[in-house]
Ligand binder design. Structure first.
Ligand code: FES
Length: 166
């Protein structure tokens, strides 16, 4: 009896939360995908996000597209439909690849530039926001402006973030 009560508490009205995948840009945009298990046993995708009007318009498109694509495999189609280097599409790519178990960020440590004490997520945020060359990343974050040892890591993140989906 107690187990039944506990189960009903864990359940939302019609679905059970299976997993959450997120992309965040340091106090700026955020994109989140919740995968729920519906009573039918099918996965149900729930998108939420924070951003400007353009970002939210893209989010609305993805919500509509997700309703007609029921399986997780169909998430891949979203990547084809949203393959630009806009902040929304870059974050969508991260979230979808995380959901598919294919996200492999090339620099897993939290601090990227030791000379200038620049965090990896600051570099990531700058790239998401439009710094799409190593020079622009350096100008915006101060990374790679002393010994230069970290420049290949900046380039690797840029290449990974901006790579097009096949
Ligand atoms: S480690 Fe980044 S400039 Fe030296």
């Amino acid at each position: 009896m107690r187990d039944e009560k506990l189960k009903s508490c864990l359940k939302t009205t019609e679905t059970t939360l299976m997993e959450t995948f997120r992309s965040t840009a340091r106090g700026r945009e955020e994109l989140c995908l919740r995968v729920n298990e519906a009573e039918t046993g099918q996965p149900e995708l729930q998108w939420t996000g924070v951003g400007d009007l353009r970002f939210l318009t893209s989010l609305g498109e993805v919500r509509e597209q997700s309703q007609s694509w029921l399986s997780l495999d169909c998430l891949r189609q979203l990547l084809t439909a949203h393959s630009s280097n806009s902040v929304f599409d870059l974050m969508l790519r991260e979230v979808v690849l995380k959901a598919l178990g294919e996200w492999e960020h090339p620099f897993p440590e939290s601090e990227l530039c030791h000379c200038r004490v620049v965090a990896t997520d600051l570099v990531d945020t700058a790239i998401l926001a439009g710094a799409h060359t190593p020079e622009r990343v350096s100008r915006q974050t101060n990374a790679s402006t002393q010994c230069g040892t970290c420049r290949p890591d900046v380039e690797a993140i840029l290449a990974y973030r901006l790579s097009q989906v096949d």
